[in-house]
Write a protein that binds this ligand. Structure first.
Ligand code: GLA
Length: 380
């Protein structure tokens, strides 16, 4: 759905003058499952987005319309009704978080739609929560900065979904064209690194699966890393995995549950890969970047254990193809997309190959999306 279509639909539904906002999806170049471990991540906002048309309505009712789904939901401004299901629960959660922060909530009418593939792992929910919070902040002039808005999006996500880190929300708010955001999740400060890909492109292949264990497995990973931190805090006083080296960790190997030990080892190694990837981007070393992506996938699949058969297959299928520099699963795992760095001339043949081989193995085709980096949330 385009911006124009969102405006037309808003006008047809609500008799108000809307303000328009754009909230992008995100990719993550490298640095997976490190955000909730105080580590480094390297996401970017991309040219897939949600558009919001929104206006205060003086009705004491939040009127929300998801145009792509052709569904409308109303929420009483007092938030004293049952939380809605589906996409509207994210709006409700944002409103609850804002209310808890003592903000005077005036009701709005809002229509939104866009072109983020749902369930692809591109964080349509971060676009939704942060886009809505950004729009309200702008409309009512609350003067919250982008970091505060990212935290509101995260708190809303914690209410309805996984105990996520801050990467997705940060990326959709701080993304910049032709840049990736290298975020330090401990200090919550970032630097931009230039994404000069020449003839290479960022291409996503969607596994078209979302395994049901994803949320609980995500929260489990988080817990086991926290348990190791807790243990090491008692032993050596560290308050963050950021303060740990692989060498130091290895001194405690026999005292730590083997699975949890591997999880933390993965996190420390992935942090090193993010730092190496930043260097590679600075010097235009795309081959190195690609190798880091493969290594990241290997760690996610074999050590952190958040991949699945479908994602592993998609990565394995492109590994030896000419024109592919790197590939990895992206996001929380157990489904969603792989991110691939592919030469522009190789995209079509790779897509053909995957369509055939994935279909033979899993009975479906992996939807392909080519993305370029884009600016973070803003008015349009
Ligand atoms: C999901 C979460 C993020 C992050 C990734 C894994 O996308 O929302 O906070 O933890 O998984 O890197």
């Amino acid at each position: 759905m385009t911006l124009e279509e969102v405006v037309v639909a808003f006008n047809a539904t609500y008799n108000l003058e809307p303000v328009l906002f754009r909230a992008p999806a995100r990719i993550n170049l490298i640095g997976e499952h490190t955000d909730y471990n105080d580590g480094f991540v390297m996401p970017a906002a991309v040219d897939r987005q949600l558009f919001f048309a929104i206006a205060p309505n003086q009705k004491n009712l939040y009127e929300l319309t998801a145009l792509d789904m052709n569904e409308s939901v109303s929420i009483s401004a007092s938030l004293d009704t049952m939380p809605p299901q589906g996409w509207a629960k994210y709006f409700y959660a944002v409103l609850q978080v804002l209310k808890e922060q003592g903000l005077a909530l005036a009701s709005v009418s809002c229509a939104f739609g866009g072109n983020i593939p749902i369930g692809s792992g591109m964080s349509s929910s971060a676009a939704l929560t942060c886009g809505f919070a950004f729009a309200l902040n702008d409309l009512f002039d609350w003067k919250m900065d982008r970091l505060a808005l990212a935290k509101i999006g995260q708190a809303a996500e914690h209410r309805v979904g996984i105990k996520c880190g801050l990467m997705d929300q940060y990326a959709v708010l701080f993304g910049k064209e032709e840049q990736v955001v290298k975020l330090d999740c401990q200090s919550l400060t970032h630097e931009y690194a230039p994404l000069r890909l020449g003839d290479y492109r960022l291409v996503l292949f969607n596994s078209m699966v979302q395994h049901s264990l994803a949320d609980s497995a995500y929260n489990d990973r988080r817990k086991s890393c926290e348990a190791v931190l807790d243990f090491l805090h008692k032993k050596i006083g560290i308050t963050s995995l950021k303060a740990l080296t692989l060498e130091k960790l290895s001194e405690y190997e026999s005292a730590i549950d083997p699975v949890a030990y591997q999880r933390v080892r993965y996190v420390l190694e992935e942090n090193q890969r993010v730092v190496a990837a930043q260097k590679a981007l600075m010097t235009g070393a795309l081959t190195t970047l690609g190798q880091l992506m493969y290594a990241s996938h290997e760690g996610l699949s074999k050590v952190y254990e958040v991949s699945c058969e479908e994602l592993d297959f998609l990565v394995d299928q492109v590994r030896d193809e000419a024109g592919v520099l790197g590939a990895r699963m992206m996001g929380g795992g157990f489904g969603g997309c792989t991110l691939n760095l592919i030469h522009v001339d190789a995209i079509e043949p790779i897509q053909k190959k995957l369509n055939k081989s994935y279909d033979q193995k899993f009975g479906k085709k992996p939807a392909m999306t080519e993305v370029v980096t884009a600016n973070g949330i803003g008015r349009v």
